[in-house]
Design a protein around this ligand. Sequence first.
Ligand SMILES: [Zn+2]
Length: 213
Amino acid sequence: MSMQGVASPAFSFTPPKRNSLTHIPGDEGWPVIGKTLNVLADPKGFIERNAARYGHVYRTHMFGETSVSLLGPEANELALEDVARILASDSRRLHSLLRDQRLISGIGRAWANEILWVAQLSPYALSTQVDEAECMRLHDAIRSEMERGLELRLAGANDEKTYRVHNKLDRPCERCGTPIARVDFEEHTIFYCPQCQTEGRVLKDRRLSRLLK
Ligand SMILES: [Zn+2]
């Protein structure tokens, strides 16, 4: 399926907490409320003004969190042309790779969970072992989750409504009904469906601090 000619929506993501994102141009507005009121008053105008001022990738602050917005063809092209190249560039676990701001800007741990669940891929799958069909699913999932995330945020949806696997331990998977599982990896907690994503296997804790105890 060709993605060319698809309208260019704006995307917004919550970055990992430890990443200050100060290298990305942008304006976070007032303390605490940030740009929330501007967004609520005129979402389209807000996006257009920011794009005119900062270009297609910019940092902002709304709904209590600093986020990165990706606008226009750059965001589509990233997903379309670069996913395969990014996967091939380094042999890494998918969850870790998706969160790497140097490779893909703006996907935090929550969205990495959501994207991998949609793509039905294991968070521990190695990037270099992802086949063509899986790469396509990942690419589609990044796009669809980016769009879904922005729509829900603009509509004022909270985390509970926005996420389908993140922080949903033991809730039934929306696709197959299997209870959502959780595993610690590096400094993050991963949520996943053991049926849809890991062929029934339960992932083992790989957090370094646990190994050192
Ligand atoms: Zn499932």
